[in-house]
Design a protein around this ligand. Structure first.
Ligand code: NAD
Ligand code: GLY
Length: 380
C-alpha cells in the first residue's frame, strides 16, 4: 500500500482582502477534508458536483469523510468532458440544484477537472445571486491553474468561455494522490499550463522543467508537488495583483488565443484537450515573437523541444494528421476574432522572449495567418 502524507503539506494564500482564501496542497487531503472544510462552511450542508470519471473513484470517499464530520451531502454527477461546459448542462445543473433545495448558506463543491470547476463556479456565482463554493481539483490542469483565481464559466457556440463570471472559491484543496488515476494524456495536457508559468515570467522555473519536467509526467510525487506549488504561488501572486484582468493577469493567457481557436475548430468534442491546444499555441506565440524581433528563434525551438520531450504535440499539422482533418488558417483566424481579449476590435497577443512576455495589440494579421499556415504545414 502506498504510504500517505510523507510529503509535508503546504498552504498558498490568494490575497484578496475579505475574499482571501487558502490553497492547501498535500497527499491524502481528501481523507482529512472535514478538518479543512468544517471551519469555513457557512453551515454544514454541501452539494458536490463531479463527473462520470471522477465520481466513481472519489465521490464515495469525499461523501463518507464529510458525513463523518456531520455535513449533509448531496451530489450531482455530470458527463465528463468539455461538452459539459454548455448552456444545456448549465441549465440542467441549475434545475437540479434548485430541486435539491440548495440555499444561500449551502456550499457547492467542485470535485473534478477544470470543466467541473468552471461550471460549478459559474453555477455558484449565479444560483440565488451567489452561493459559496470550494474547489477540489483532480486533474493537473485544474490543480495548477483553473481552480485558482475565480474565472468561472461555460462555452458559447460562438467561442470558449464567453459566458462567465469572476467568482472566487472559499478554498482550494489539492490532494496530490488523485493524480495517480489521471490518464497520462490528461497529465501531459495539464503540464502545458505548468510550462506556461515558466514561459511568462519565470525563466529559472522553465530551465528547471527542461531537466525535471519529465519526472512530473512519470509520477514523481516530489516533482509534482514542486510544480503544483510553484504554479499556484505564481497564479496567486498574479490574481492578487490583478483579479479582474485589467493588466498582468492577461499574461496567463499565453498561447491560449491560438489554442482556443483550435479547440473551437474541433468543436470541444474531446479530440483536442485544452492543454494540448495551449502547447501548440505557445509555440506559435514564440514564433510570432521571433518574427517581430521580440526574441530569438531559438526560444520557439527550445519550447518546442521541451514539449516534445514530455510527449506533447507542438504544431497544428500533428493534430490534423492525427484526426484526418484539414485545418484552414483563415478559419482559425476567424475563431480568434471571437476571443475575449479582443479590445476595441483589436486582437491582443501575449508575446516576447521566454520568461518575459508582454501584451501586444498591434500585430499585423498577415503575420498571424502566416504563422498559423506554418503550424498547419509543419513537418516535425
Ligand atoms: P476536464 O475537467 O475535462 O478533465 C480532464 C479529464 O480527466 C476528464 O475526462 C475528467 O473526468 C478526467 N479526470 C479528472 N481528474 C481525474 C482523476 N483524478 N482521475 C481520473 N480521471 C480524472 O479537463 P481539464 O483539463 O481538467 O480542464 C480543462 C478546462 O479547464 C477547460 O474547459 C478550460 O477552459 C478550463 N480552464 C479554466 C481556467 C480558469 O482559470 N478557470 C484555466 C485553465 C483552463
Ligand atoms: N487561466 C487564465 C486565468 O486564470 O487568468
Amino acid at each position: 500500500m502506498k504510504q500517505q502524507n510523507h510529503i509535508p503539506h503546504s498552504t498558498v494564500t490568494v490575497d484578496l482582502g475579505d475574499r482571501t482564501y487558502d490553497i492547501k496542497i498535500g497527499e491524502g487531503l481528501l481523507e482529512a477534508l472535514g478538518d479543512h472544510l468544517l471551519p469555513i462552511l457557512p453551515r454544514p450542508r454541501v452539494v458536490i458536483i463531479t463527473d462520470e470519471n471522477v465520481g466513481p473513484i472519489y465521490l464515495p470517499t469525499v461523501t463518507r469523510v464529510l458525513k463523518a464530520s456531520g455535513v449533509t451531502v448531496d451530489s450531482i454527477t455530470l458527463p465528463a468532458g468539455e461538452a459539459s461546459k454548455s448552456i444545456t448542462h448549465y441549465e440542467s445543473l441549475m434545475d437540479q440544484l434548485i430541486l435539491l433545495g440548495t440555499e444561500r448558506k449551502d456550499t457547492l463543491i467542485a470535485l473534478g477537472g477544470g470543466v467541473i470547476g468552471d461550471l460549478t463556479g459559474f453555477a455558484a456565482a449565479t444560483l440565488r445571486r451567489g452561493i459559496n463554493f470550494i474547489q477540489i481539483p483532480t486533474s493537473l490542469l485544474a490543480q495548477v491553474d483553473s481552480s485558482v483565481g475565480g474565472k468561472t464559466g461555460i462555452n458559447s457556440k460562438h467561442g470558449k468561455n464567453l459566458i462567465g463570471a469572476f467568482y472566487q472559491p472559499l478554498a482550494v484543496i489539492i490532494d496530490l494522490s488523485v493524480l495517480d488515476t489521471l490518464p497520462k494524456r490528461e497529465l501531459q495536457a495539464g503540464y502545458a499550463e505548468v510550462v506556461k508559468y515558466g514561459a511568462i515570467d519565470n525563466k529559472e522555473f522553465f530551465v528547471w522543467l527542461e531537466t525535471n519536467g519529465i519526472r512530473v509526467i512519470n509520477g514523481n510525487r516530489q516533482a509534482q508537488k514542486y510544480v503544483i506549488e510553484t504554479s499556484c504561488r505564481a497564479k496567486a501572486r498574479i490574481v492578487s495583483e490583478d483579479e479582474l484582468e485589467h493588466g498582468k493577469r492577461a499574461l496567463l493567457n499565453f498561447g491560449h488565443t491560438f489554442g482556443h481557436a483550435l479547440e473551437a475548430e474541433f468543436g470541444y468534442d474531446g479530440r483536442l484537450l485544452h492543454g494540448e491546444g495551449v502547447a501548440i499555441g505557445m509555440v506559435m506565440a514564440l514564433s510570432i515573437s521571433a518574427k517581430l524581433g521580440m526574441t530569438k528563434d531559438t526560444d520557439a525551438k527550445r519550447l518546442r523541444q521541451h514539449l516534445k520531450d514530455v510527449g506533447m504535440m507542438t504544431n497544428a499539422h500533428s493534430l490534423s494528421s492525427r484526426h484526418n482533418l484539414n485545418l484552414s488558417a483563415e478559419k482559425l483566424f476567424s475563431h480568434m476574432a471571437q476571443d475575449k481579449k479582443v479590445s476595441d476590435g483589436k486582437m491582443v497577443f501575449i508575446l516576447g522572449p521566454l520568461g518575459a512576455v508582454c501584451t501586444r495589440n498591434d500585430v499585423n494579421p498577415k503575420i498571424i495567418i502566416e504563422t498559423l499556415e506554418q503550424s498547419i504545414h509543419a513537418d516535425d
